[in-house]
Design a protein around this ligand. Structure first.
Ligand code: PHE
Length: 448
């Protein structure tokens, strides 16, 4: 068999995984979901889930990936023995990656469009109404959002075709820290706006009476989406982790970084929304209207705006790369075709569904399924069904199907790291995580 590539260093794994985790999920989707689900109530459930379920699930995916050195389909086949149904979890994961990529690249295309707008200084001197009108005009434009989406897919396919170390790892290492720095600057600016108090109260004051089945499943879906878990992306990245690397601490670092960036995004967006009179429930337009408004009010706004959208494009790219990588690893290993061919096939397949997602976003679009746009349908299907079910099956697999000795062997790098809290993590994977996912998932079904 061909020698598989590995990540070059521990920092490389953290950065590549963080690159996958950090993206539109944090900056676009988190504020959207928090805004629609009562702010503080959502945040508190989100934090609890990221900690109690997200971390052990991320570790479980690493365990499966590194143990098998394979794509998600091959991983379940190799680890579960002959004639088993477990590879279905891998197939579901690859399908999920494909569905996410389809609607994710819609918004990814917008980031590219907005980068163009910031270069051309389109936000200068505009009031809120005009900035909102720009968003509507852009998403309704006959071909521009489609072109941006296709460009984004092509960039993703290009990097993925080049492979793990040169493409994925190198870029993530430099660009992720830069994004963090610029977000801190934006945060400071947002906190000086007149609506800062209201915005922070909205985000941080939990109203426990608002927590219901819908908030629970939305927070679960959001944390899985944001951490890239429950569908095999991190099984795939786990398969490139070297045998000496400490997966537990890498996972903890990534969960902390991802949570920090989501909260930062909230601290940037909600104070601005309250200052400029934008509804926190504004949905898709929230980030794309609040952010240009903030930049307008800043000294050096032009440069900050440009830098921000540039970094957002890159953060988004490192996420689309990890999504396409799931498809490419599976196609190239299962069908024995080259990475380049697999990247082209994967991107073309995604383009077809992705096109529908983008078109369905137009005002008055007739691309509706059961009253939902194709875009919303894909988002809802993946975050509320595929990822929770995938996540549940993954922790069950590691907790109950794999041998305890094998799992502990992975967690301790063959006994060279102390078992200590890793025993506790194993118990959480075995008992707490599946029960928690199961209860939340059922609470949603009961509501229907
Ligand atoms: N976690 C990414 C984000 O927050 C999205 C993603 C989901 C990437 C699933 C890979 C797998 O933007």
């Amino acid at each position: 068999m061909k020698q598989r590539e590995n990540f070059g260093s521990k920092l490389g794994i953290i950065m590549a995984t963080a690159g996958s985790a950090l993206g539109l999920g944090n900056i676009y989707r988190f504020p959207c979901e928090a805004g629609a689900n009562g702010g503080g109530a959502f945040l508190i459930v989100y934090l609890a889930i990221a900690l109690v379920i997200g971390t052990p699930l991320m570790i479980s995916e690493f365990v499966i990936g590194r143990r098998s050195h394979s794509n998600p389909i091959g991983a379940f086949r190799l680890l579960s023995g002959k004639r088993n149904v477990w590879p279905v979890v891998g197939y579901l994961g690859v399908l999920c990656a494909f569905l996410i990529l389809a609607f994710y690249t819609t918004v990814a295309g917008w980031t590219l469009g907005y980068l163009g707008k910031s270069v051309a200084n389109h936000f200068a001197g505009q009031d809120l109404g005009q900035i909102q009108a720009q968003f509507t005009a852009f998403t309704n434009h006959p071909w521009l959002p489609l072109l941006c989406q296709m460009l984004f897919l092509a960039m993703t396919a290009f990097v993925v075709a080049r492979g793990v170390k040169n493409g994925i790892e190198r870029w993530s290492k430099i660009l992720m820290p830069m994004l963090l720095v610029i977000m801190v600057v934006l945060c400071v600016k947002s906190l000086t706006l007149s609506g800062a108090g209201d915005g922070l109260r909205f985000l941080f004051r939990p109203d426990f009476s608002k927590i219901d089945g819908h908030v629970l499943i939305s927070a679960l879906g959001q944390s899985f989406f944001s951490l890239s878990i429950g569908m095999g992306a991190l099984i795939t990245y786990g398969s490139y982790i070297g045998s000496k690397d400490n997966m537990t601490s890498s996972a903890v670092s990534v969960v902390l970084a991802d949570t920090l960036v989501a909260v930062l995004a909230g601290v940037i967006i909600f104070p601005a929304a309250f200052t400029f009179g934008i509804q926190p429930e504004a949905g898709a337009s929230l980030a794309f209207t609040t952010l240009p408004m903030i930049f307008q009010q800043m000294t050096g706004g032009y440069i900050f705006c440009l830098l921000f959208f540039l970094l957002l494009v890159i953060a988004t790219l490192t996420s689309t790369i990890s999504l396409l990588e799931v498809i490419v690893a599976a196609l190239s290993e299962e069908l024995q075709i080259s990475r380049t061919k697999a990247a082209i096939v994967g991107a073309l397949g995604t383009a077809v569904i992705g096109l529908l997602a983008t078109l369905s976003f137009r005002d008055g679009s007739s691309l509706l399924v059961g009253g939902k746009t194709v875009f919303d349908l894909l988002d809802h299907l993946t975050a509320s069904y595929f990822m929770p079910i995938g996540g549940l099956l993954i922790v069950l697999f590691v907790g109950w199907k794999m041998k305890r000795a094998d799992v502990m062997d992975e967690l301790t790098n063959g006994g060279s790291l102390r078992a200590g809290i890793r025993r506790g993590i194993y118990l959480i994977i075995r008992y707490l995580a599946p029960v928690a996912i199961g209860v939340i998932f059922v609470s949603q079904l009961v509501r229907l």
